[in-house]
Design a protein around this ligand. Structure first.
Ligand code: SF4
Ligand code: SF4
Length: 408
């Protein structure tokens, strides 16, 4: 792996129009998610309806649904591939709208589980785990800060669907009795801040306008900044629930229509797409099908990332599948590629780490296969700052992330 530099791209912006990509030829559903195994309910050659349950998590039967109708073309222990017949056939079609006010806490948790509602865009507890019927809830934080450079999708969705967002927040206040709700938005969005403040006057919702700096959007950092509270594994230990806008909308529509989510909004950014855009796409669509639509420019030294420049993870041009873990892809052409040199023990990586880790020491121990416990590796937020500042061009964060995988 090498460190790269790209052209200055300060002007990259996303068009505010949503491009639709509704007819993938296949969809692929992974049967291994976050180290959990899912067992298929159907076999090769079976016909499957859109929104039909196709697999269940082995230990608790948390479901996965098909996002198209068609024939199961391939199935093994790792994935299911469904050939889309482009008919969008649904077994039981219903357009009933359920008022949120009819639900009790128990219904919310049960429905989020039964409809397989997942977090969008970040690795965290699933919504049904955060919104249990017996938790103690103090603060709800809606995080609209940018996770990385050129990441606009959360802000875009808040602007597009503010009514729905405020409706579900009001509902959560009613049934979970949150003491306060903080909607955290970048402070340069003055109009939005003013409008939200007006809409939420005389309620428990506070609009917090914050100056953004990189890595602040991470829940651990944000909670420390806002509430001066540290937590061990998840913020619900402290009665704090954090959602991004995409997950909140996913919960809203699932409860409102009692149907599983089959599509999601994804942002494509970088200097290698002809169009930088938001795209509505079926979950399970292959990235290469989308790329054709976006007129991807082929060139040498292309870096394709799930995410963006600081925290993005390299992904494979041919085999990447769009799923709820990633709502942002970026593609860049490298201007310069730097070779990795030896660590000079300058300490910059430790100085910059927002969590206070010593990345160089972790890297050294990882490479020497030494004991990795007691170094706080599990708290790494994978921000990439240690690699960014390293004068020896070492991708230090990759070593820390690999070490984290071992201890987890
Ligand atoms: S910043 Fe790079 S060179 Fe400096 S201590 Fe960390 S890993 Fe070593
Ligand atoms: S990626 Fe590096 S700087 Fe960021 S939290 Fe992890 S060790 Fe610290």
């Amino acid at each position: 792996m090498q460190k790269i530099k790209i052209e200055e791209n300060k002007k990259i912006e996303c068009s505010n129009q949503i491009v639709l990509f509704d007819n993938p030829s296949n969809i692929m559903i992974s049967l291994i998610k976050d180290n959990d195994i899912y067992l298929p309910l159907l076999k090769k050659g079976d016909y499957v309806y859109q929104e039909e349950k196709i697999a269940l998590r082995k230990y608790d039967h948390f479901p996965i649904f098909s996002t198209v109708s068609g024939i199961i073309e391939f199935i093994d222990n790792e994935k299911i591939i469904i050939k889309n017949d482009l008919k969008n056939r649904v077994k039981e079609y219903s357009i009933v709208e359920y008022p949120l006010t009819n639900y009790h806490k128990q219904d919310v948790c049960r429905l989020l589980f039964e409809l397989g509602v997942r977090n969008i865009g970040n690795e965290d507890l699933e919504p049904y785990q955060k919104l249990t019927s017996n938790g103690i809830y103090k603060t709800l934080i809606i995080n609209v800060l940018r996770e990385d450079a050129y990441f606009y999708i959360e802000l875009f969705q808040l602007k597009m669907e503010r009514k729905q967002i405020l409706e579900i927040i009001d509902f959560f206040i009613d049934i979970y009795n949150f003491e306060e709700v903080l909607i955290v938005v970048p402070n340069n969005e003055e109009l939005l801040v003013e409008e939200l403040a007006f809409l939420t006057r005389e309620s428990r919702i506070k609009i917090i306008a914050m100056e953004e700096y990189y890595s602040l959007a991470h829940p651990r950092k944000l909670i420390l900044q806002l509430k001066k509270i540290k937590y061990y594994q998840n913020s619900i230990e402290k009665g704090i629930v954090v959602f991004n806008v995409s997950t909140l909308l996913s919960i809203y529509y699932s409860l409102k229509y009692q149907r599983p989510q089959i599509k999601m909004l994804v942002q494509f950014t970088g200097n290698m797409w002809k169009k930088n855009c938001y795209m509505e796409v079926r979950i399970g669509t292959c990235l290469k099908e989308v790329m054709k639509k976006l007129e991807f420019k082929r060139a040498k030294e292309i870096i394709l990332l799930k995410g963006s420049l600081m925290s993005g993870k390299n992904c494979d041009l041919e085999n990447t599948i769009i799923n709820v873990n990633t709502e942002f892809y970026s593609a860049w052409q490298a201007k310069e590629v730097y070779e990795e040199e030896s660590c000079i023990r300058c300490g910059r990586c430790a100085k910059v780490c927002p969590i206070g880790l010593n990345p160089a020491l972790i890297m050294k121990r990882y490479l020497k296969k030494k004991n990795l416990f007691r170094f706080g590796i599990e708290f790494c937020i994978e921000c990439g700052l240690c690699s960014y500042v390293c004068p020896s061009n070492i991708l230090v964060h990759k070593y820390v992330e690999e070490a984290k995988e071992i201890i987890e």
